[in-house]
Design a binder for this molecule. Structure first.
Ligand code: GDP
Ligand code: MN
Length: 396
């Protein structure tokens, strides 16, 4: 589950990580009220207005703007709320902005220069450890840094059973070129950031930029947080943080039906049992020259009801020009799945795209016969490659 910046910052704050203070607003009036409250609490004169959408690169897309008066707060918030924000990380249609974070301006002048760092905590699946990635080159172009000067990005591996050791936190602060109070603040920052990551069962905490203010405070100016869905049962209070407006409507619907569905850009709909077979099916479609329209794991019990639900979800995507059903009958018997496909096809009545079914495993021969004799526009295949070739043939 992905969080908004303001939600991520609230979690950080609860674990003692210093953050740029802000208040979320749904419209221009709320934004002005938020700005007034922030001025009363922090003394800030200027505010930044930040679009809250699940996508990075908002600054580049015009979704982060400095307001130097309450009038500007009202104007900018009014403009950003409701806009289609297009950033390097959104589709070309962009994302609709429903709310903004009104935050204190933390780039104020002072005795030292401000600096922007990059710090993230994530899971290194290769080593089975948590990893802190960090760089002196924080700000809006970290992707370019990673591509062109990867040596400027450091990593610190953390043994999850031991946790982040004090010497590791000091090494990070040292490598970031800090000294004095900023050094101390950074060791505290990464230590509490790591705690927040572990305690919230996150798979990612990306803070870019981490700001060293002109008076040597270290704080999170941005927060990209992903909570591990498998741990959500331990965090009932995070349930409310989910913003369905930010998620693909069709994926949300599939999830409610218990189907594991991921929307993709191609035109071949896939219905498969088992995630591994689903991945292999997508590979084979690509190899045969096609493009999968989705990933869909219908699970072990591919009965008529589930097959029908899966058909409905797949056919919501207007790009789908053919459907490949690839089922391995291990526990589930192929003839039952074949009957399920035929029943679902009959029930729906209006399926106009060709369907290729490849059933392999227990009772595959009976299943093939059922399909071949059904009289519907459903083609059967026995071999994996044969199925992919048939898909290509109907698309040609
Ligand atoms: P992103 O573009 O989606 O990553 O959004 P960020 O939250 O990282 O903000 C983008 C940029 O806005 C930052 O890199 C800063 O340079 C700038 N910014 C953020 N907060 C402030 C602020 O308080 N004052 C000023 N002047 N700039 C800010
Ligand atoms: Mn950022």
């Amino acid at each position: 589950m992905n969080l908004h910046e303001y939600q991520g910052k609230e979690i950080l704050n609860s674990y003692g990580v210093r953050i740029q203070r802000g208040i979320v607003a749904q419209n221009a009036n709320e934004a002005v009220a938020a700005a007034k409250q922030l001025t009363a609490e922090t003394g800030t004169g200027w505010h930044v207005i930040k679009a809250q959408v699940h996508a990075g690169g908002r600054g580049k897309g015009g979704g982060v703007k400095l307001a130097k008066s309450l009038k500007e707060v009202e104007e900018i918030a009014g403009k950003i709320i409701g806009m289609q924000l297009i950033t390097p990380q959104t589709s070309k249609e962009g994302k609709k902005v429903h709310q903004v974070l009104v935050a204190e301006d933390v780039y104020y002048p002072g005795p030292t220069e401000t600096s922007e760092f990059y710090v993230s905590v994530l899971l290194n699946r290769a080593t089975g450890r948590n990893m802190i990635m960090y760089s002196t080159e924080g700000g809006m172009d970290i992707e370019t840094v990673a591509e062109e000067t990867p040596d400027l990005i450091f990593t610190e591996e953390v043994d999850p059973s031991v946790g982040l050791m004090p010497f590791q936190a000091r090494r990070i602060a040292f490598n970031l070129g800090l000294s004095g109070n900023a050094f101390k603040e950074m060791t505290k920052f990464v230590t509490s950031l790591y705690t927040a990551y572990v305690k919230s069962d996150a798979s990612l905490f990306e803070i870019n930029p981490v700001l060293k203010t002109s008076d040597d405070k270290i704080m999170a100016v941005d927060a990209k947080v992903t909570i591990d869905d498998n741990a959500m049962f331990r965090h009932k209070d995070y349930q409310d943080l989910r913003d369905l407006r930010e998620e693909s409507a069709i994926e949300v619907e599939a999830g409610a039906l218990g189907l594991n569905y991921v929307d993709l850009d191609g035109n071949v709909g896939c219905m498969v049992n088992g995630a591994g077979l689903a991945m292999a099916t997508m590979d084979l479609i690509k190899q045969a020259g096609g493009e999968p329209a989705n990933f869909l794991d219908v699970g072990g019990t591919a009965d008529a009801a589930r097959v029908e639900a899966a058909f409905r979800i797949i056919l919501k995507d207007p790009q789908v020009k053919a459907i490949l059903i690839n089922i391995f009958g291990g526990i589930v018997r192929c003839d039952r799945v074949a009957q399920g496909v035929i029943d679902a096809y009959k029930n729906m009545g209006n399926i106009s795209v060709p369907i290729i079914v490849r059933l392999q495993g227990t009772n595959a021969d009976i299943a093939k016969e059922l399909i071949d004799k059904s009289g519907f526009d459903v083609m059967s295949a026995t071999e994996f490659q044969e199925a992919a070739d048939k898909v290509q043939a109907v698309l040609a």
